[in-house]
Design a protein around this ligand. Sequence first.
Ligand code: ADP
Ligand code: MG
Length: 364
Amino acid sequence: MTSAAEIELASVTKYYGTTAAVDRISLKIAAGSYSCLLGPSGCGKSTTLRMIAGHEAISDGDVVFANKVVNDLPPAKRGTAMMFQSYALFPHLDLVDNVAFSLKMKGVEKEKRRAEAREMLERMQLEAYADRRPAQLSGGQQQRVALARALITKPQALLLDEPLSALDPFLKIQMRAELKSLQASLGMTFVHVTHSQEEAMALADLIVVMNDGRIEQAASPREIFEKPATPFVARFMGNHNVITGRLINHDGDRITIETAGGSHFIGLGAHGASQETASIAIRTDHVRLADEETPGFGFSGFVTNVEDLGAMVKLSVQGAGIETFTIVLRDADYFAKPVKTGDAVHLSWAETETVVLGEVKASK
Ligand code: ADP
Ligand code: MG
């Protein structure tokens, strides 16, 4: 395999008509790393990936690949390979010819390209199926063929657009482990598009959370999980509650906000200039059911839903004029003192559990 390449996006923008599908995003992806572009449908993930691959022209900015601006290079000249969600395998060709296809396009003669394809199939543990056609394979095997076909060009970076979304949940988890170990053994730069928080957490060295054509946060999974930068990231990752209110006091790194319902909440770790409104995040698994209200670090409300998830029990609580709060309790803690829908409860959290959120600077 050839060496891995660093990928840099410098203020990359894509307009469709007058709408910016990708809006001045800047990002560095380290050589040999596994990065996930994560965000809801329509936020610009595939467009970003296609601009890296060269399948989509960029409207503005630079795509830099291994220290070279590649804006005007066609896909085949960039050293990238792309794997698509639908795999796009040729139904009438056997696996060897499917995998050898791009070598054929490059004019590699038949014996040589078929030998290389067989080698790649072996690497993917598919040698026993070499003479079959794609329809005679399971979903997981088809996916390995698609990977083999992308890797045979010896790319410096592999770009994967929702590669696991066609698989059933069990296979999805198995294949994602295979992708991760493949990436580690090849040492190749992988950029993987997904809308699944769990998938990104499981795979990535770097998670890039996108929203509406912009990057909300690019950081390690740990940092995204523990220190979401913005209300969007906190809500999208799903493991934090967000309280937004009018900023009524800012003292050092400590802020107090007042919600529309008139309740006060305190957040620690504030930085930068104060705005008129501010948001605080609290992890769903760091909220406790308490005997009494803790002013500034808790509130009283009513249970609106209880979900038993096995090891965890998830409660929804409404109160204090804020959005519905989610609390995740260990099963033992819940069943020691169970509550049901309609019950009044006090919620509380430690002051060190609050994260003060920032806003993405509008670049328009
Ligand atoms: P994602 O992969 O995150 O779901 P996309 O990158 O596919 O999002 O799309 C981002 C935005 O650009 C969406 O609003 C989508 O409708 C729009 N878009 C994507 N491709 C085209 C296209 N070829 N022509 C016009 N609009 C497009
Ligand atoms: Mg997409």
